[in-house]
Design a protein around this ligand. Structure first.
Ligand SMILES: Nc1ncnc2c1ncn2[C@@H]1O[C@H](COP(=O)(O)OP(=O)(O)OP(=O)(O)O)[C@@H](O)[C@H]1O
Ligand SMILES: [Mg+2]
Length: 232
């Protein structure tokens, strides 16, 4: 579904990603793990076209999207849930969703009702203003809003950041249900344990380079790698 091939990404003169390659197969949840500043967000922004790589390629559904504008990439079925959530605080939960539906295709697979089936907790607060939602509710809303664009591939940037353990567990269950709905996922995380319960495969990034790739089991068995790149 997605193949990132040897990308180099910069912010102005700062060289941030050094030949990152990774793949996500259809139906997979793949986790990209790494410490603060390792390059997780930059990798996602490179994929989504928000910060295109200067070298290397991004292939999505067999098409080279490396230099495609963001709206076209979104139209091809890629959704991005940024780490800062970007909920409209003055709009209600329902309005936040409706506004995202605008411009969607007519044969839209996801609508508000379907999204509420997946996130019943959101239905219960349909008329609450975004700014009055808890961190967990805002994160669900942020994912729900991305679904309104009918993606079949989602980039989730640290979805559990700042959430209480109980909320994290609930959110992870819901992300697992997205996979059952046929959505493939690339998720960035620092919160290793919760992500690993869900992920099919893992990449470990450090200082802009992939240092490990493998199954969750392989990472669990490799204490040296975990110590070196994950534990602070
Ligand atoms: N807009 C920017 N301009 C210049 N440097 C940046 C910019 N954004 C990020 N960086 C740098 O790029 C590197 C990678 O940052 P990135 O945000 O991709 O890391 P991350 O793994 O997502 O970290 P975090 O866990 O903090 O979200 C860091 O050294 C960071 O300081
Ligand atoms: Mg980040």
């Amino acid at each position: 579904m997605l193949a990132v091939q040897d990308i180099h990404t910069y912010y102005a003169l700062s060289h941030i990603l050094f030949g990152v390659s990774l793949q996500v197969e259809r139906g997979e949840i793949v986790c990209i793990l790494g410490r603060n500043g390792a390059g997780k967000t930059t990798t996602m922004r490179s994929i989504m076209g928000l910060n295109p790589p200067r070298k290397g390629r991004v292939i999505f559904k067999g098409e080279d999207i490396t230099r495609m504008p963001v709206y076209k990439i979104a139209h091809m079925g890629m959704g991005f849930v940024p780490d800062d959530r970007r909920i409209f605080p003055d709009l209600t939960v329902g309005e936040n969703l409706e506004i995202a539906a605008k411009g969607g295709s007519k044969k839209s697979r996801w609508d508000k009702e379907k999204v509420y089936q997946l996130f019943p907790a959101l239905k219960a607060i349909d008329s609450r203003k975004g700014g009055f939602c808890s961190g967990g509710e805002q994160q669900m809303l942020s994912i729900a809003r991305a679904l309104m664009g009918n993606p079949d591939f989602l980039l989730l940037d640290e979805p559990t950041e700042g959430l209480a353990p109980l909320v994290v567990r609930e959110l992870m269950d819901q992300i697992g249900r997205l996979r059952e709905e046929g959505i493939s996922i690339l998720m960035a995380e620092q919160n290793v344990k919760s992500a690993l319960n869900l992920a099919d495969r893992v990449y470990l990034i450090d200082r802009g380079q992939i240092r490990f790739q493998g199954s969750v089991k392989e990472l669990n068995e490799n204490e040296e790698i975990r110590k070196k790149y994950l534990l602070v």
